[in-house]
Write a protein of this length. Structure first.
Length: 427
């Protein structure tokens, strides 16, 4: 085990000087970089991204922003009595319990430590010369919300890539031999480029129709409803622009000539347009005023639009309390818990497992490194405080353990438990 760790350590330090040294072997052989044609990504009527607007955009961008606010952290497993070879920080108590562990459980005889310095952390912080970490995480989730897939191109051949580039999912075609991936065929202005599975990380949402395909995104699942919502907005805009209905009809008792009609219309417009509403008009002849009310849509159409909006929100896992003003604080708090627990947490776990299988295993074949995120579901503050009190009263935890969880320094008198009564420290 020690030899494998030493070998990886040498490869890491030997490759750090080359992390910013270009494309390695991939760029020269392919004759193409991810920047080629990035401003001319194809979009057609069948592309779900064409319907990323209105309610669909609100839901997709919300999920992407929340997922990006919980970036993955790097952890390692350290055996009992073993000295960590990386700069790590020990996890205890609630911090360990709220870790979205990607496996079935923590193996016996090891402890979990958070890695504080590693080339993978540098990579995910810098990403590439044009993007930062926030944009990387948001784009990754947005692509999955719309197309069911997100693709990263890894630059470099070493244990740790030198850069990560996001590929447009509509440009990528999967080449498979049954369930096994053989290549990712990317469409670029110069033609087609084949990338090996080792060069690409494929994030995807499950698709029961094709278990090894591109995946099924929420927008794809409700594409018909999203298009119906767009048509309803277009219908309302058409009524505003093409209804050809006046606001007021003036009907004189006696017929008027052309010049008199034009004079009366000009006088009415001059007096009441541009903030003149409510002024007094003294007419020199008897007039009947009829106000025309323009109905944008009937009640059935409005009800159908509301149902379509709810269908889209349900597909994205976004509570309707986020999309309406008819709510209250209690509903918003319940919606937060529902959204974070049922929508965001599964997405984070799926993302972190994919990163562990690709980036972490590539950097550390021993399997000790893994990515995980903090559990996004809120902690019941009253329950947490009561639990701390019981742990302290029963001698389950020490003062220093609680201080370390809160980010405070340990104290000399805090390593032994205190018991209730006179709060004497015991052995």
């Amino acid at each position: 085990m020690a030899e494998r760790w030493t070998g990886w350590w040498k490869r890491w330090w030997g490759g750090r000087a080359e992390r910013r040294g270009g494309w390695g072997g991939m760029g020269g052989s392919a004759g193409w970089t991810p920047l080629a044609g990035r401003d001319s990504q194809s979009a057609g009527p069948g592309n779900p991204l064409e319907e990323l607007r209105h309610t669909a955009y609100a839901c997709a961008s919300l999920n992407a922003a929340v997922c990006a606010s919980y970036p993955p952290k790097l952890y390692t497993l350290v055996g009992t009595g073993e000295t960590p070879r990386l700069a790590t920080r020990r996890l205890r108590g609630e911090a360990l319990e709220r870790l979205t562990w990607p496996g079935g459980g923590i193996p016996q005889g090891v402890e979990v430590r958070q890695v504080e310095e590693h080339p993978l952390l540098d990579l995910l912080a810098e990403v590439n010369p044009e993007q930062d970490a926030q944009e990387l995480w948001e784009l990754t989730t947005l692509h999955q919300e719309c197309a069911g897939s997100a693709f990263w191109l890894l630059e470099g051949d070493g244990p740790v890539p030198s850069a990560v580039w996001v590929l447009a999912p509509e440009r990528v075609k999967l080449e498979r031999d049954g369930a096994l991936m053989t290549a990712y065929r990317v469409s670029v202005p110069a033609g087609l480029v084949d990338l090996s599975p080792e060069q690409v990380i494929h994030f995807r949402y499950p698709d029961p129709r094709d278990c090894y395909g591109k995946g099924l995104g929420p927008l794809q699942a409700v594409l018909a409803s999203a298009r119906l919502a767009s048509q309803f907005v277009a219908y309302k805009r058409g009524l505003w622009e093409n209804a050809a209905l006046p606001g007021v009809v003036l009907t004189p008792e006696a017929p008027l000539g052309d010049e008199e009609r034009e004079r009366l219309e000009a006088e009415w417009n001059a007096k009441f347009r541009k903030g003149g509403n409510g002024r007094v008009l003294v007419a020199d002849s008897s007039l009947k005023v009829s106000v025309v009310q323009n109905s944008l849509a009937d009640l059935a159409a409005l009800a159908e639009a509301g149902a379509t909006k709810e269908d889209i929100a349900n597909a994205f896992g976004v509570p309707m309390a986020y999309l309406t003003k008819e709510t209250n604080l209690a509903n918003l708090q319940a919606a937060d818990r529902q959204h974070l627990g049922l929508t965001i947490r599964p997405r984070l776990r799926r993302r972190d497992q994919r990163l562990t299988r690709t980036l972490a295993r590539r950097a550390d074949p021993t399997g000790r490194l893994f990515f995980a995120s903090e559990d996004p579901t809120p902690v019941e503050r009253d329950y947490a405080l009561r639990r701390q009190e019981l742990d302290m009263a029963q001698g389950v935890r020490t003062i220093n353990e609680l201080r370390l969880e809160r980010g405070l320094d340990a104290v000399a008198w805090g390593d032994r438990p205190w018991v209730p009564g006179n709060w004497k420290q015991v052995e």
